[in-house]
Design a protein around this ligand. Sequence first.
Ligand code: ZN
Length: 190
Amino acid sequence: MNKEQTMKIFKDSGALTEGHFLLTSGRHSSKYIQCAKVFQYPQYAQQLTKELALYFKDNEVDIVIGPAIGGIILAYEMARCLDAKSIFSEREDGVMQLRRGFSIPKGSRVLVVEDVVTTGGSVREVIELVSRLEGDIVGVGSLVDRSNGKIDFGVKFHSLLTLNIESYDADSCPLCKQNIPIIKPGSKKL
Ligand code: ZN
């Protein structure tokens, strides 16, 4: 699957939209990504994870772990492709941890996955968690890397799609200058 085919899945599922968006940060952007929309369609999820799994097929992965919520379905589908176990981590009192009786036996070969990586904060928390439990991290996989390839986790990292989503100050937004109506994603039009 090439980048165009991957892009098409993101667009067809509505996960990647183009327009004029007001981000949570207050900045404006011409693109918006909501990865959960891809996972509405198991067929798409399967196609994407199959492709991502190719990059880790020789890593003898025992466990795939993703941070809740974004990493749960991806971890599950990746584990299916890699014939591994699937678990997820959650923050409790601000600390990333394993709940629900999940465990990582010492020395397990662990792949960390996340749907969208922006600053890589959650992934780093999962890496720390796995390291604390003395798991052996084989790599990090994500569907989308929004950092435009700037992130370095110190381990093998592969993302299906690398995006550079530009954002603008409200004062200098070229879309505002064209009088394009602005939309706050996930809510009604402003
Ligand atoms: Zn604007």
